[in-house]
Design a protein around this ligand. Structure first.
Ligand SMILES: O=C(O)CCC(=O)C(=O)O
Ligand SMILES: [Fe+2]
Length: 450
């Protein structure tokens, strides 16, 4: 992922596209007093501080992309206090610093801006696991995670501004970020308190302020977590768009060479209505066995990428938290046994793809006896997913699996019948398609431990 680093003239520094605002706040505080360019890279952001000895007479127009900050370096050089800082979230706006007249066009910025508008906000909230953040559900209930209207919002964290609400900063960013920001703010900040729902705590003699919601009414980011039945948990919209993009790109890279996606067949010659790729171990639908050798390419399967395995672990942990929360007398490990996955089957369904009701029962006897969980991730178009105790479509329960959903089944649900009767065409998130070129259809990754 590219980061943008710009120098804008005397005493100014721009931090482009910060999905991790906290990191950049920290980085700014640590900024090199020798004024040499500093480059701080993280997963998603980086910045460069400029040499301040530029041309002071000219002014320059800049585009402030979402997540960008412009700061006056002189102030943080001279003062102990945290410098004025402008954080932009949402659509781009034009900003000026009066160093150089003349417009700077920067298509890279706009591209990056697009990425922020489409996915980064979601990435921020999704990067937070249940254990880390209890306030996530509360925030999504108040609609703060998403539904950002198409407009520009600037939060000024400046000692010269006395109208910053610390709680509202807390609301749209992660708890940690607010903590860091609070440490950096002057003492008189945070005196005006806004409570969820826009209710303003009235102080004697102050007028009642009518609040404006920057998010559309009724919009909710449904990051629900649900126990569908004992041993079966659905984590809705769990994988961020950014992670989904990474997964698609990784699968595409692994899938276009030998051992990659192919259309498998059954013993009777019928073809499955999907394309498949195996990671870790090969599974042959004709023999229903796991092998080292690929059924058509005769090669060893690629390893399961570390990022995939970490995501599986995170999902299991969060599912356990949910199980614990719902029934405090149980050990979640007994209900949904953890796995250390050594098999990943990636299925790609076109919009006409499907998979009949079946059980996953080709893993080792021990794995099945222990009910080691299956962890299934959905990306792209949504799918209808059937599950039940019988191989009977009419008796099966149905759930919609959308892009980013993670479904886990283990323990007493390990041997349930399940299948995909249909794909919902053209339902994939737009940014996922535009950033990856993913075909219409659905990618499903199913992780198991042999
Ligand atoms: O696509 C899905 O959601 C299910 C895939 C599946 O059941 C399997 O690969 O065994
Ligand atoms: Fe299955």
């Amino acid at each position: 992922m590219h980061s943008l680093q710009r120098i804008f003239g005397f005493g100014l520094c721009r931090l482009s596209t910060t999905s991790r605002v906290s990191r950049q706040i920290c980085s700014l505080k640590k900024m090199n007093p020798s004024r040499k360019p500093i480059s701080i890279s993280s997963d998603y952001s980086s910045f460069t501080a400029q040499n301040p000895f530029g041309n002071e007479s000219a002014a320059e127009e800049t585009t402030q992309s979402s997540g960008a900050k412009i700061m006056n370096e002189k102030q943080f050089r001279c003062e102990e206090n945290f410098p004025p800082l402008s954080v932009n979230i949402g659509s781009s706006s034009k900003g000026r610093n009066f160093n150089k007249w003349g417009k700077r066009t920067d298509s890279g910025l706009e591209l990056r801006q697009e990425a922020v508008n489409s996915s980064e906000f979601e990435g921020i909230t999704n990067a937070v696991s249940l254990q880390e953040e209890h306030s996530l559900l509360n925030r999504s209930r108040t609609g703060i995670n998403s539904g950002l209207q198409s407009s520009h919002m600037t939060v000024n964290l400046s000692e010269h501004e006395d109208s910053v609400n610390v709680p509202s900063l807390q609301e749209y960013e992660h708890e940690r970020i607010a903590k860091i920001a609070r440490h950096s703010l002057p003492r008189h900040f945070g005196q005006k308190k806004v409570y969820p729902g826009g209710v303003v705590k009235k102080s004697e003699g102050l007028p009642v302020v009518e609040r404006f919601n920057i998010c559309l009414p009724g919009f909710r980011d449904i990051k629900t977590r649900e126990v569908l039945r004992p041993g079966m948990v659905l984590l809705k919209h769990y994988i961020s768009i950014r992670e989904q993009i990474d997964i698609v790109k990784t699968c595409n890279t692994l899938g276009e060479v030998s051992g990659g996606f192919y259309r498998p067949g059954y013993k009777d010659g019928a073809k499955l209505r999907l394309h498949m790729m195996c990671l870790g171990m090969n599974w042959d639908p004709q023999t229903r066995k796991y092998n080292k050798q690929h059924p058509v390419d005769n090669c060893e399967p690629p390893d399961i990428p570390l990022g995939f395995r970490l995501l599986v672990q995170r999902a299991i942990k969060d599912a356990h938290c949910l199980i614990e929360k719902e029934s405090d007398m149980v050990n979640p490990e007994d209900i949904l046994p953890s796995i250390s996955p050594n098999i990943c089957i990636a299925n790609f369904y076109s919009i006409h793809g499907r998979l009949g009701l079946h059980q996953d029962r080709d893993e080792s006897r021990e794995s099945l006896r222990k009910g080691l969980s299956v962890v299934s991730m959905s990306i792209g178009d949504s799918a209808e997913f059937l599950y039940g105790d019988e191989r009977e479509v009419d008796q099966a329960s149905k759930v919609l699996l959308e892009s980013g959903d993670v479904l886990l089944f283990g323990g007493e649900s390990r041997m349930l019948f399940h299948g995909v009767p249909s794909i919902v065409p053209f339902s994939a998130p737009e940014p996922l398609k535009s950033k990856t070129g993913l075909r219409h259809g659905r990618l499903n990754l199913t992780f198991r431990q042999f």
